[in-house]
Design a protein around this ligand. Structure first.
Ligand code: AMP
Ligand code: GLY
Length: 428
């Protein structure tokens, strides 16, 4: 008789995927877990295969040979490339949205038009493919000006210009290919003020169940200064995001999105990540992502007490309406990202990192790897990317969690270590 344990393939190589692997590995329902391509931390949890997340042909070969019961897609690129659609044709169960549903992340113009049609609260906007009309639109607005490349730009496709002439020269750069094809279309938005919250909902095409809110820190330097990054740290819960607000967001933003996507023939399955601005008029959508956030996922997985695997399966199988609501640890969890000096600009790879194993033994601490690898001969841990490690800590209070995380950060010895010293400052 076939085993009722599930063999799972996880795709990705970041801190997000290490957290997902760490959580999946605790599931009593798990058979074997494989990750492509993974990193040095993930390799301590499960088997890793050297196939990159954007290598469609490599992934399909792996999946055709692998006999996986479930494929879990971490990052956005394979989703935007239509990996889920191809796996559906092959009758392989996969957690993540189709290419058409992934448009909620891969095209900002699509999402703004969608929000307009379904009355989802978001900033006023215009979409332009031509410089003269875009500049005429800017002339009607007041500063600051928000310009967005329509397509995927690795989190860098948004510019906030403080004055009109900067906005216009930025616009010229967008149209002359600053982000390649991604900025051939430009969204110009009204500027919103407030605190930002990342909110996650698990979706099966029809039903959505709320996961958690978290706060990210996108800028590279303390005090929210410096360039935008993929995210330098996160914490959850975010006190500004109350239970009532979560209920409201489910009603005014998530539910109409699920309804609209289904009506438009692109039902959304996977995790819907709403980037929210908590404005004086209530929460408004800044943008959607169609996957877990990184570094937010790491704090979510630390706080999730339920088994992750049946939740993902229920989403894939359209059974969230009967799924048990996930249980969460009340204790706050914080994640401090350690990046390589220079990130998000140029940085070096290959420097040696010491102290991670020792720190990982401590109560309440879990270190998730991002860009790491083991030296082929020495076996030492080496930096292999821009964001390199995630030091997560839980505590009875946020203060305790933050202090424990930074004590651990201090004890990780690495010449290229760069991090923000003010993660969770807003809540403290
Ligand atoms: P996005 O990639 O769309 O999440 O935008 C990146 C960042 O730009 C967001 O996290 C916000 O800090 C900022 N941003 C985007 N859109 C707006 C807006 N309409 N008003 C104010 N800030 C914005
Ligand atoms: N932390 C933001 C993102 O994953 O896009």
């Amino acid at each position: 008789m076939a085993s009722d344990k599930l063999n799972v393939l996880l795709i990705g190589s970041g801190g997000r995927e290490h957290a997902l692997a760490w959580k999946l590995a605790q599931s009593p329902l798990l058979g074997e877990l494989t990750c492509a391509p993974g990193n040095a931390g993930i390799a301590e949890v499960c088997a890793v295969v050297d196939v990159k997340a954007d290598d469609m042909i490599g992934l399909l070969g792996l999946i055709d040979r692998g006999g996986y019961d479930l494929v879990v897609v971490g990052p956005e690129q394979p989703l935007a490339m239509g990996l889920v659609d191809v796996l559906h044709e092959r009758d392989v169960k996969v957690f993540g949205p189709t290419e058409a549903a992934a448009m909620l992340e891969s095209s900002k113009a699509f999402t703004k038009d969608f929000c307009d049609r379904y009355q989802i609260p978001t900033a006023a906007y215009g979409v332009f493919t031509e410089s003269e009309a875009a500049k005429a639109h800017l002339d009607t607005m007041s500063a600051p000006y928000v310009l967005k490349a329509d397509g995927l730009a690795a989190g860098k496709g948004v510019v906030i210009a403080e004055d009109l002439s900067t906005a216009k020269s930025e616009l010229d750069e967008f149209f002359s290919g600053k982000f390649g094809d991604a900025s051939a279309k430009v969204v110009i938005e009204e500027f919103m003020t407030g605190q930002e919250v990342s909110f996650f909902a698990l979706c099966d095409g029809e039903t959505a169940i709320p996961l958690l809110g978290a706060q990210d820190h996108k800028r590279a330097e303390d005090g929210d200064k410096g360039p935008n990054t993929g995210g330098m740290g996160a914490y959850s819960p975010a006190p500004v995001f109350t239970k009532q607000m979560m209920t409201d967001v489910m009603q005014t933003i998530i539910a109409p999105t699920l309804h609209g996507m289904k009506k438009d023939g692109a039902p959304f399955t996977g995790v819907l990540f709403a980037g929210l601005m908590i404005t004086d008029e209530g929460p408004k959508l800044i943008e959607y992502n169609v996957r877990f956030g990184d570094p937010e996922c790491q704090v979510l997985m630390r706080r999730l007490q339920s088994d992750l695997l049946p939740l993902l399966l229920a989403a894939v199988e359209g059974k969230l309406n009967t799924a048990k609501a996930p249980a969460w640890l009340d204790d706050p969890v914080v994640n401090v990202v350690l990046a390589a000096k220079g990130y998000p600009g140029a940085y070096k790879k290959g420097s040696i990192i010491n102290g991670v194993e020792e720190v990982n033994e401590r109560d309440g601490i879990v270190v998730f790897h991002a860009g790491t690898r083991r030296g082929r001969n020495c076996g030492k841990l080496k930096a292999n990317g821009g964001r390199v490690l995630n030091v997560t800590a839980s505590g009875e209070t946020l203060r305790e969690a933050v202090d424990a995380a930074y004590a651990a950060v201090e004890d990780i010895k690495w010449s290229q270590k760069q991090f923000r010293t003010d993660i969770a400052h807003r809540a403290l």
